[in-house]
Design a protein around this ligand. Structure first.
Ligand SMILES: Nc1nc2c(c(=O)[nH]1)N[C@H]1C(S)=C(S)[C@@H](COP(=O)(O)O)O[C@H]1N2
Ligand SMILES: [Mo]
Length: 457
């Protein structure tokens, strides 16, 4: 073989490398290159605030929150079964769904854990900053039309929604229930489209629930079954996760199960998407409307009312704007002239009031799982998005091999190192993982917990 033919052969090889079939997560990640990766698989992506500068969030910027791996779905074989306390259980195909009356609603979706990283003491879970939120144009059928076809029995008080994803190892299935009253609301959808296109796989293709105004976990993706049941579903994702104290609690306080209730509507909140020239952002309030947004450009000393955007819909965020540029004084002889400052030490804040009269608290309402963080947003006028990459490896120490073998079997390193928990909270996380199928002997459990608590606290 000549040198030239060797090079040609190599070139040909490079042009068509043997391709490993890529996972749905890899495909989704490629389309969402500018998002913050909390975990590549399960896929958990957050949007930097500066990218949330539209009323409707483009799909390539929309956050992703998956507890487990994206399931594989074949549209032709997909069936949605409607069962439980109904007169006529039945299956729906995608074709039948498409022939039912279609409605479109713009609604904001936010993960209940958005802002979790700002709670003290820290709590376990994805360490979301500000961008687990977005607004989409959802299209599909009214959920109540589907339920009417099945005929709810009078004893039905909740509908349990099950998606095609399943828990890793023995982790519980992601099943969420919603009270019948919200399911029958004319704006609650069985959505098949998002921003005018069929739901992308990572957002729940071919169909998901949309409960406008409610925290994101109610919006079950890859829906395959809905079951009418007599009371709230009693699985992990209803009875342990996504619960919020029904009384005020002190930071770090343990809360009795009887003092916790399932999360429903979102609360009132702001997000600054641009901190200078002019200030801009979004404000939302779950099932309520935004009536006022105020902006402070002096760190909360004084507040001015911002202009609200003209785009609005009952469950969608409202854009706001306030004409202000971080100005630097100019010499007297150049009278009346100012020019935009370079980086300045200005702290811009935004707070909203909603139609229920709710405002944002000045300090976060700590709760055991770190939900509904909603203090007034603040941003530095010169703020640039810092992106720290995760470390390449887990730090050395006794227990590292165990962490690599047992934790990284299902989780990505990024997720582990982002947790900053005290030993008690690490113990609880490890115990949960043991319950969910991680094999660990007592001595291994002790070693692993010690390692995690020492390095990630
Ligand atoms: N089947 C299924 N549905 C799900 C989830 C999930 O893990 N599995 N995550 C929920 C949570 S916690 C949120 S915040 C939203 C996020 O929706 P998105 O990924 O389309 O932004 O989906 C919800 N629906
Ligand atoms: Mo969520």
């Amino acid at each position: 073989m000549t040198r030239r033919s060797l090079l040609l052969a190599l070139g040909a090889g490079l042009a068509s490398p043997p391709r490993a079939a890529s996972t749905p997560e890899e495909t989704a990640l490629r389309g969402k290159g500018r998002l913050i990766v909390h975990s590549p698989r399960p896929l958990d992506l957050e949007t930097p605030p500066a990218l949330l500068d539209d009323w409707i969030t483009p799909l390539r910027r929309f956050f992703v929150r998956n507890h487990f791996y994206i399931p594989s779905i074949e549209a032709g074989r997909w069936r949605l079964s409607v069962e439980g306390l109904v007169e006529k259980p039945f299956h729906l195909t995608l074709g039948e769904l498409g022939r039912m009356p279609q409605v479109e609603r713009v609604a904001t979706m936010e993960c209940a854990g958005n802002g979790r990283s700002y709670f003290t003491p820290r709590v376990a879970g994805i360490q979301w900053r500000k961008g687990a939120v977005g607004t989409a144009r959802w299209k599909g059928v009214r959920l109540r039309d589907v339920l009417a076809r099945a005929g709810l029995k009078p004893q039905a008080s909740h509908i349990a929604f099950d998606g095609a994803d399943t828990g890793m190892a023995t982790a519980p299935d992601f099943i969420r229930s919603v009270p019948v009253e919200k399911c029958l609301h004319p704006d609650t959808l069985l959505a098949t489209h998002m921003n005018g296109v069929p739901l992308p796989l990572e957002h729940g293709f071919p169909a998901r629930i949309i409960t406008p105004g409610w925290e994101g976990a109610a919006a079950v993706k890859w829906l395959i079954r809905m079951t009418a049941i007599p009371e709230e579903f009693d699985g992990f994702f209803m009875k342990t996760a996504y619960r919020y104290p029904t009384r005020p609690v002190a930071p770090g306080e343990a809360v009795d199960a009887k003092d916790m209730a399932a999360l429903t509507s979102l609360t009132v909140k702001t997000l600054i998407t641009r901190a200078s020239g002019p200030v801009a952002g979004a404000a939302w309030a779950g099932e309520a409307d935004i009536v006022r947004v105020e902006v402070s450009t002096d760190g909360g000393g004084s507040w001015q009312e911002a202009k609200l955007g003209t785009d609005k819909a009952p469950f969608a965020w409202r854009r706001f704007q306030h004409d202000w540029t971080a100005l630097q004084p100019v010499p007297k002889h150049r009278a009346q002239r100012t020019k935009p400052a370079g980086p300045g030490p200005f702290t811009v804040m935004a707070r909203a009031t909603d139609s229920l009269g709710r405002t944002q608290p000045s300090s976060p309402a700590w709760n055991p799982s770190g939900y509904l963080h909603n203090i007034p947003d603040s941003a530095r006028a010169e703020e640039a998005e810092k992106r720290e990459g995760p470390p390449a490896e887990l730090p050395p120490g006794e227990g590292r091999a165990l962490a690599q073998e047992r934790c990284l079997a299902c989780h990505d390193r990024t997720l582990i190192v982002a947790q900053r928990l005290d030993p008690g909270r690490w113990t609880r996380e490890v115990e949960k993982m043991i319950r969910w199928g991680t094999p660990l002997s007592e001595p291994e459990k002790a070693t692993l917990t010690r390692y995690l608590a020492e390095h990630f606290r």
